[in-house]
Design a protein around this ligand. Structure first.
Ligand SMILES: [Zn+2]
Length: 458
């Protein structure tokens, strides 16, 4: 053992795991040494450190990066860490006050965190919407005017100057926003090379609208949850995105592995569809606290109360099409409020690894890891250069590492029990510090740091 004693000391070593790195295509047993929150060495040689993680029989991957998450509380950060997530970003709704959002988390969180400046949230703030999470009145329905557009655009520019990771938008949540208003937002995005993360109006026409804004302005476009925005049109809409990319446009997309979505019953996107839909369609909606499917009477009653609903509109076949397409990044759309939420909050990444990789063989393990690590990092690198240190296992990269058992990893959460953690995610390391050890959350640690674009206050 004498020769190993001469190794420089590492803070921690991860020994004997199958190291899988999509950027370098390394897929081999290696030892990893960590120092000062970064990867210091990846080697076949023996290593010693002050602390040792035995990874024999386990896969060692870059920590998972989630481009789409709501909740952004200590509770949801803990849930997501148990699913292997080391960086989680709220880029769709975002915030209207970027400085305040980061300040609220400055004491540290379990995992790395970041936010967009959100068109929805800015519109709610500027119009004085009475909703707390999503627009329910003025933010959704206040008519666009040149003055309103100017104010919204100005607030988005301020958010970008404060280091927002992206611009968020959700067209069905803001039905009164005109094309001119949205084009104003996209032009700011183009000028700052900022991707616009959009919840499009569902269907082909909605994707065409988003693509035309991106192409006219030159802004990078990221289409949120293509699964729930495409449903039966998933193949054609993925082909449209592929075609736009082939023509040189910077367009990306993401998916989560569930056939049902979740949103707020009072939101415009639900009310505008289901208030005028045939009564029979209300059975698509589940009230998760009781598991009941809604009818006209219960829909109106729960609309008065408010709260999250589960919306069952997709098929397993279309979800599999979305998840396994080479274009899609895996992103959870994690949703958790007042003690309840969608099972994707706790199960997205483990479900893809267990179900689509191991059980149905519809995705290789390396491709699945790429969709969870390298691809989301690359989406943000032009805007956030520090993302070049994430999503990879290489010397100098941030020590954000997820270690799992490929033979057993699987989600356990359900629509009735959405908080159940997965199995098989054994160790999750954020900036060199374990937030999950032996499958259990480690309490009292907050190694997560802000992910933020360079600040430029003018
Ligand atoms: Zn959405």
């Amino acid at each position: 053992m004498a020769e190993t004693d001469t190794n420089p000391g590492y803070d921690r070593v991860i020994l004997g795991g199958q190291v899988m790195d999509p950027a370098s295509r390394l897929d081999a047993a290696r030892n990893i040494g960590l120092r000062d929150g970064r990867i210091a060495i990846i080697t076949k040689e023996p290593l010693r450190g002050r602390d040792t993680i035995d990874a024999r029989g386990l896969v060692v991957a870059p920590g998972f990066i989630d481009l789409h998450s709501h909740g952004t509380s200590a509770e949801t950060y803990r849930f997501q860490s148990l699913d292997g997530v080391t960086t989680t970003l709220e880029l769709e709704l975002g915030t209207s006050d970027v400085d305040a959002w980061y300040r609220e988390r400055s004491a540290g969180e379990a995992i790395n965190y970041g936010v967009s400046i959100g068109h929805i949230k800015v519109r709610m703030s500027v119009t004085g919407d009475s909703g707390t999470f999503m627009p329910v009145d003025n933010g959704a329905y206040r008519v666009s005017t040149p003055a309103l557009t100017d104010e919204i655009v100005k607030r988005i520019e301020i958010g970008l100057g404060e280091g927002a990771v992206a611009i968020g938008a959700g067209f069905p949540y803001t039905p009164a926003a005109t094309r001119g208003e949205l084009l104003g937002v996209f032009r700011v995005a183009a000028a700052t090379k900022t991707p616009v993360h959009v919840h499009i109006t569902p269907g082909v026409a909605g994707l065409k609208e988003a693509l035309s804004l991106a192409i006219e302005s030159g802004a990078p476009l990221h289409v949120a949850h293509i699964n729930s925005s495409s449903l039966a049109e998933t193949p054609v809409m993925l082909a449209m995105i592929s075609d736009a990319r082939a023509h040189g446009h910077d367009v990306t997309t993401e998916a989560y592995p569930y056939t049902a979505g979740m949103t707020e019953i009072q939101s415009a996107t639900i009310q505008d569809i289901y208030k005028s839909a045939p009564d029979a369609r209300l059975a698509e909606i589940e009230w998760p606290r009781t598991g009941e499917r809604l009818n006209r009477e219960s829909f109106e009653r729960y609309t008065r109360i408010g709260g999250p609903i589960v919306v069952h509109t997709n098929t397993e076949q279309m979800v599999a099409t979305a998840i396994t397409n080479p274009l899609t990044i895996i992103a959870s759309d994690a949703y958790w409020q007042n003690g309840t939420g969608h099972p994707r909050t706790t199960g997205t990444f483990s479900k893809v690894l267990g179900r689509y990789v191991r059980e149905t063989h519809s995705l290789s393990l390396m491709d699945a890891i790429r969709k969870m690590t390298l691809m989301p990092a690359q989406r943000l690198e032009a805007r956030v250069p520090t993302m070049r240190q994430k999503g990879r296992l290489r010397v100098g990269a941030d020590a954000d590492i997820t270690i799992f058992d490929a033979a057993s990893v699987i989600d356990r959460s359900t629509y009735r029990e959405p908080s159940l953690p997965p199995v098989g995610i054994q160790h999750v390391i954020v900036n060199g510090v374990s937030v999950v050890a032996n499958g259990q959350a480690v309490d009292g640690v907050a190694p997560g740091r802000p992910v933020r674009a360079p600040i430029d206050r003018r």
